[in-house]
Design a protein around this ligand. Structure first.
Ligand code: SF4
Length: 368
């Protein structure tokens, strides 16, 4: 089997970045993980795919790159980031310094750990307009289109924009390996999920079966599942690479006094403090969420509608923003225009079954 970089050269990076089809063969059960024991033998996998976004994934990559080098399979390791566009924390200029966006920092993190650019995969949700223009489509535009926000039980934001896109992006690699190997490709999907995050995540095994079909057998590995938040901070701070500015009380503070989680700035799964901080930092984005919420008459979050979050953000107390983003550029104007265009269209009903559920064993948000 040729080395991973040689395969990418064969496939072409553009193909990896823009692949939109996937091997939707019927899934079937498998008796167990590729290797036995509580931890995987990395050498038994053809592809090792690390999903990156946020501090937990950074700590995971720190551990995983070490393990992959010791196992002699570093060249099988890929990093992947499902970019959510302006829903994610953007770059900021603060007190004369530039701080990267989440997407930029993720790419820097991969490079920092020795993953070459041709093994770092970015995916985006892309749609084609009636005039043939291909463009990224945001979660907020989807909510406007379907007149519904996602929620914990219907997390189509994750399935549409992350799980499906990452699975599709891997398809060229999987097809190539499948031809070479003559058997399903063994993929180890590695994420930064931690037990401390929720009672549901606490029940997840460190190493488990994901899914299998005629083309792939995917197992799941959570190498930092047991770590506490302080451990993660220590690993990230000790890595020599700055963490994302949104985690801090203000860009450059390096104090972990800001957001507790990353990925979408205003996330349906966020806690109250994170939501108040996010809307104080991104008032224009918050106003657009509120506009959609009002227009579609569906709460951004049932227990915490955006209208209520905005009220709370106006009250004294709670987290200080540290920085307030102007969001007055053409990119944000395009987001507003796309969202308002969807609100002006007739409702597009989304079938309740028309989304991939987010099973525990999938390439999903590590930050949500
Ligand atoms: S970060 Fe939150 S809002 Fe964004 S895709 Fe994940 S669950 Fe959905």
């Amino acid at each position: 089997m040729p080395s991973a970089p040689a395969q990418l050269a064969f496939i072409g990076l553009d193909t990896v970045r823009h692949a939109v089809t996937t091997d939707r063969a019927e899934e079937h059960p498998v008796p167990g993980t590729v290797t036995s024991g509580p931890e995987p033998d990395l050498a038994a996998y053809d592809l090792i795919v690390a999903g990156l976004s946020g501090k937990d994934a950074h700590a995971m990559l720190d551990r995983l790159t070490d393990q992959a080098r010791r196992a002699g399979v570093f060249d099988r390791l890929f990093t992947v980031h499902a970019d959510m566009g302006l829903m994610e924390w953007p770059s900021v200029h603060h007190h004369g310094q530039d701080y990267p966006s989440n997407r930029e920092l993720v790419a820097q993190t991969a490079l920092h750990y020795g993953i070459p650019a041709d093994r770092h995969i970015e995916t985006h949700r892309v749609v084609t307009d009636p005039d043939g223009t291909r463009r990224a489509q945001s979660l907020l535009e989807q909510a406007a289109m379907w007149r519904k926000f996602p929620d914990a039980a219907r997390r189509w934001c994750t399935s549409d924009s992350k799980v499906d896109k990452i699975r599709a992006a891997l398809t060229p690699l999987v097809r190539h390996h499948r031809r070479q190997l003559g058997r399903p490709v063994r993929i180890l999907n590695v994420t930064g999920v931690r037990a401390e995050e929720s009672t549901k995540r606490a029940t997840r095994p460190t190493y488990s079966v994901g899914y299998a079909n005629a083309h792939r057998q995917q197992d799941e590995y959570l190498p930092v599942h047991h770590l506490g938040t302080a451990d993660v901070h220590a690993i990230v701070d000790g890595s020599g690479l700055a963490h994302h500015w949104a985690y801090d009380s203000e860009p450059g503070a390096r104090d972990w006094g800001g957001m507790s989680r990353l990925s979408c700035s205003i996330c349906i799964m966020s806690n109250k403090a994170d939501l108040i901080l996010a809307v104080r930092r991104r008032p224009r984005l918050a106003a657009l969420y509120a506009e959609v919420e009002h227009a579609i008459d569906h709460a951004f979050k049932l227990t915490m509608p955006m209208s209520r979050i905005l009220e709370l953000a106006e009250e004294p107390g709670g987290p200080e923003p540290g920085v307030v983003l102007a969001e007055d550029g053409p990119e944000f104007a395009a987001l507003e225009a796309a969202v308002r265009a969807q609100l002006a269209e007739p409702v597009r009903l989304r079938a309740s079954t028309d989304f991939t559920t987010v099973p525990p064993g999938c390439l999903s948000c590590t930050a949500c």
